[in-house]
Design a protein around this ligand. Structure first.
Ligand SMILES: NC(=O)c1ccc[n+]([C@@H]2O[C@H](COP(=O)([O-])OP(=O)(O)OC[C@H]3O[C@@H](n4cnc5c(N)ncnc54)[C@H](O)[C@@H]3O)[C@@H](O)[C@H]2O)c1
Length: 393
């Protein structure tokens, strides 16, 4: 695969580390940046043969099959439309749009142009998330009742993130997009998200957007996907998921305290991990950040999909659904009510909430709970099927 990268900032460098850091057969052939000197520096650092300050020239370059979009949120739509016009496959970073309307325009543009729109939602491709999703699909934890995903850190590294116009929002759009898609992947992407309730507040920064939020997304089968996001968390980047099923539980810690701890007096002052707040004392580095964050598996899936003319696991439709959920979250934070998720073109299963059949204790009683006590006795809490009275045995 011959690739262009649009952007030369923070995520463009992570992507390039994944694309050229190992012996991949794919090549980055051209990079775009607004400033030619930044484009040249990136090209020099990653051995990219061409650089430009024109998006149009970049995407229409003859040695480009797919375009990795690593620009600020306000530039995603323009970049995707340029790719569609040039007949190139856009692979766009998260969030796909600032709103569902923008995301839908991008989805429609790629479908009309007949190119593949890959949604670069890396955290769904982290090795731990991939294994969890496979375990859930094989039935290891039964039906998912409640999934929870948390991304919190001390705030982003560039000015435009803090400008609501350019970013489309604060911690909800920036971090909530990851959490929503993780929960959706655990609950089942075929299950329709129906409504959202969300608390959001601007607690600690002089900005218009929210810097803290918690939300719950209700799915048509009754499952709940909960997101917790913050731009004021101290101590680095906290990426944790919990999935609660009828037959099991999954806990994932992707970043802090993952089993790798290091003490240093801080003499070298080198990079520790994304958003780390300290380079001395006890530190929590990440072994292989590019892989742990999912970038390698993500690009492999994207390129395999394009080559076999299939949709990648994360595609523009997923990006659109995530934006639709986030739109409802923003509205709910204002109205303080459950707000419906408006998806114009639902492509999953229209599954109605199924009442779970209760387990019987005997012909007259349901079993609510069974537990072995410290004394060794077994206790059963039961409910009379006719009268509803709750008793113990
Ligand atoms: N884990 C992830 O998937 C992840 C992590 C960080 C950022 N991101 C996403 O990547 C994108 C870029 O974020 P970043 O952290 O690299 O930010 P950044 O500020 O480091 O880089 C942004 C890039 O966009 C360019 N840019 C900004 N405004 C522009 C304009 N008006 N015209 C042309 N170019 C412009 C900048 O020059 C720079 O090259 C965002 O959409 C962000 O949400 C994704």
């Amino acid at each position: 695969m011959k690739l262009a990268i649009l952007g030369s900032g923070f995520i463009a460098r992570f992507y390039a580390d994944a694309l050229v850091g190992q012996r991949r057969k794919d090549e980055v052939t051209i990079v775009y940046s607004r400033t030619l000197s930044n484009a040249k520096k990136f090209a020099d650092d990653y051995n990219v043969p061409n650089f430009t300050d024109s998006i149009k020239d970049c995407v229409s370059h003859k040695d480009v099959d797919a375009v990795v979009i690593a620009l600020s949120n306000d530039m995603h739509l323009e970049a995707v439309l340029a790719c569609a016009a040039a007949g190139k496959h856009p692979l766009c970073t998260k969030p796909l749009g600032r709103t569902a309307r923008e995301a839908l325009e991008m989805l429609q543009a790629v479908e009309k142009a007949g190119v593949t729109g890959g949604y670069l939602e890396d955290l769904v491709y982290s090795p731990k998330a991939l294994k969890s999703i496979a375990a859930i699909k094989s039935g290891s934890i039964g039906d998912v009742v409640w999934a929870k995903s948390r991304e919190t850190h001390p705030g982003p590294h560039s000015d435009w993130f803090w400008d609501k116009e350019k970013s489309g929002g604060g911690a909800i759009i920036d971090l909530g997009c990851h959490c929503v898609e993780l929960c959706r992947s655990y609950i089942g992407k075929n299950i329709k998200p129906v409504e959202v309730i969300c608390w959001a507040d601007t607690r600690l920064h002089p900005i218009d957007a929210e810097d803290n939020a918690v939300g719950m997304v209700k799915y048509e089968n009754g499952a709940i996907g909960q997101f917790e996001v913050s731009w004021s968390f101290r101590g680095g980047m906290d990426l944790r998921d919990e999935v609660m099923g009828t037959e099991g539980t999954i806990w994932i810690n992707n970043f802090l305290r993952t089993g790798f701890e290091m003490f240093t007096t801080g003499k070298s002052g080198t990079y520790v991990a994304e958003k780390a707040e300290s380079d001395s004392g006890w530190l929590f580095p990440v072994g292989d950040e590019v892989n742990e964050l999912g970038y390698n598996h993500m690009f492999t899936d994207m390129f395999d999909a394009i080559e076999s003319n299939k949709q990648p696991m994360e595609n523009f439709y997923d990006g659109y659904v995530v934006n639709a959920i986030l739109d409802a979250a923003f509205l709910s934070a204002k109205t303080k009510k459950w707000e419906p998720v408006k998806i114009e073109d639902w492509r999953g299963v229209a599954e109605k909430k199924v009442e779970k059949e209760m387990t019987s204790y005997d012909k007259d009683y349901y079993l609510i709970k069974e537990e072995t006590l410290p004394s060794g006795e077994k206790k059963f809490i039961v409910k009379n099927k006719k009268t509803g009275s709750i008793e113990k045995r």
